[in-house]
Design a protein around this ligand. Structure first.
Ligand code: FES
Ligand SMILES: [Fe+2]
Length: 402
């Protein structure tokens, strides 16, 4: 695992960063919300068009580095996860040498799946044995067992090893490209400046607590849009988030195609026109968007009780979204109480996202299918992050927004 220098005091860096964010939030609350130049109408085809969806499959889900898991999901040699959400069924496995590698979950004899369980499957597999005729592979993908070898005597050494995919592990994230022919992943180049922001989360220390699947009957971008604005807090989340956070206020910062959004707490408003020396301690938090489909939320469930939530949204067809949602203990599980708090946070968030955000996304998507041919939805200037994400996706797939 390649992690930043452990001598760095990340908690101190987070504290400074939290204070800096607080300043930006107070400034924004006093002087007005950040806005794009204008609203952006989006033709319904951006969400429902099959050819656009095909282009996204090709240029995004098969070509871009995707977060297959966190380092802590496969902490030890032999640990293996199934990653089948991007299209091809993929295994990510940590070898004896500590390296994470990705392979097609496809036996090189006659193509059977080596691991047949449905995602989210995680387990220890020091050897991967095919359920069909028992060919066996090690964690580096090498074919090491072939019953009835005599029948395959002309197979050249190494010629039937597992098919490897581009994989790179960096600051606690394991990236995979879902196409074996894709170029290698340069995680540092992919993250750019954003690595400094994400490093504050110490993702390489995160320990998984609970994982599950959320689903929406909507295009994946329609579901993704719900993470990028607080305009809906006061109505859709009036009994939850609106009790603690401002509605329609955010500090939005971009880092290449990635971004961070901070939604200010109501208490932050009390700091306007007060002396900074009197401000209470604050903790680092925020919604971290990692292009194209990952949201990482870091925050505290209670005083000094932290959690990291990771949402990865994948299309399951043009009108279906499958979100892999997981909660991690950011610096390892500290106690049963801490674990219980993280589980409670998972359950509460899963309920809100599934029953509130994804509910309206599903309804909106169904409406778009029957809306007039020339219908456009509109992303407000206050929904700036959504505008930016749609623009990046359109650029990557080479199809302008309509
Ligand atoms: S298909 Fe895997 S051993 Fe035959
Ligand atoms: Fe929401």
């Amino acid at each position: 695992m390649k992690n930043p220098d452990e001598s760095i005091n990340w908690s101190e860096i987070r504290a400074q960063s939290a204070r800096e964010s607080q300043r930006k939030q107070v400034h924004m609350l006093k002087h007005g919300n950040q806005m794009a130049d204008s609203p952006l109408p989006l033709h319904k085809s951006v969400y429902i068009d099959e050819s656009r969806f095909d282009a996204e499959q090709k240029h995004i889900f098969l070509s871009q580095p995707l977060v297959a898991c966190l380092s802590g999901d496969i902490p030890n040699p032999g640990d293996t996860i199934l990653f089948d959400a991007a299209g091809p069924s993929i295994l990510v496995s940590r070898g004896k040498d500590g390296e994470a590698r990705a392979f097609l979950n496809m036996c090189t004899h006659r193509g059977a799946k080596l691991i047949e369980e449905a995602e989210p499957w995680t387990g220890v597999k020091n050897r991967l044995t095919c359920p069909f005729h028992a060919w066996t592979f090690d964690n580096t993908g090498r074919l090491i067992g072939q019953p009835g070898k005599a029948g395959f005597e002309n197979c050249k050494e190494g010629g039937r090893d597992l098919i490897e995919l581009p994989c790179a592990e960096h600051i606690g994230l394991v990236f995979v490209k879902a196409d074996p022919d894709a170029s290698p992943i340069d995680a540092e180049a992919f993250l750019g400046d954003y690595a400094d922001i994400l490093s504050q989360l110490e993702l390489w220390r995160a320990e998984p607590v609970k994982k599950g699947i959320l689903t929406a009957n909507s295009n994946w971008k329609f579901a993704l849009d719900t993470y990028g604005e607080s305009y809906h807090f006061g109505t859709l989340h009036k009994t939850t988030l609106a009790h603690t956070n401002y509605t329609d206020k955010q500090v939005f910062e971009t880092f290449g195609k990635h971004h961070r959004i901070e939604f200010p707490k109501l208490a932050t408003g009390n700091l306007i026109d007060t002396d900074e020396s009197e401000w209470p301690e604050t903790i680092y938090g925020g919604v971290h968007y990692l292009f194209p489909n990952t949201i990482i939320f870091f925050g505290a469930v209670a005083d000094n009780v932290f959690f990291t939530q990771v949402f990865r949204l994948f299309p399951d067809g043009v009108g279906k979204t499958r979100c892999q949602f997981a909660v991690y203990a950011p610096f390892g599980i500290e106690s049963d109480l801490h674990k219980g708090s993280c589980i409670a946070a998972f359950d509460a968030t899963a309920t809100v996202v599934q029953e509130e955000d994804y509910r309206v996304a599903s309804h909106g998507y169904a409406n778009l299918l029957t809306a007039p041919d020339d219908h456009h939805i509109v992303l407000g200037a206050n929904e700036w992050a959504l505008q930016v994400v749609h623009q990046h996706i359109a650029n990557v797939i080479g199809m302008p927004l309509k």
